[in-house]
Ligand binder design. Sequence first.
Ligand SMILES: [Zn+2]
Ligand SMILES: [Zn+2]
Length: 168
Amino acid sequence: MPKIKSSRTKRAPEGFDDIEPTLREFQTKMKDAENDPHEGKRKIEALWPIFRLHHQRSRYVYELYYKREAISKELYEYLLKQGYADANLIAKWKKAGYEKVCCLRCIQPKDTNFGTTCVCRVPRDKLEDGKVIECIHCGCRGCSSGSGASAGSAASRKGKPAAKSDDA
Ligand SMILES: [Zn+2]
Ligand SMILES: [Zn+2]
């Protein structure tokens, strides 16, 4: 887990104050997820909420900068540096066909449960009817582009800029 400074960082770029409450919210939720006793869950499933929060927080930063253009480049780079977002994941989102990728593990050719890509990357119309999508890495229920499926949530994310409202 990236460490977040608890005291106010001296050199945070302008605009940081505006998004800090949301970042703190993510941090709190991550802590809660980590402290979850995991009763009755398999170990990997216990990690899913943490993966999702990680994804959502990166998404939040990504959309602030690339979609909403609400933060400066300086602040964006600061956030990456401080570990508030995953630069590798964001690099994928910028590529056609990878706009909704849930996590980096799911696009690694090895270590997947559906041939060369994770089951959650397979478009809905290519799957048998009624087949339940739930990847083994992060519990993603479908994150392929253009299939109408969305990562980690029942609500469609199409054209919606706010990752914040996207509760898992
Ligand atoms: Zn996925
Ligand atoms: Zn995943």
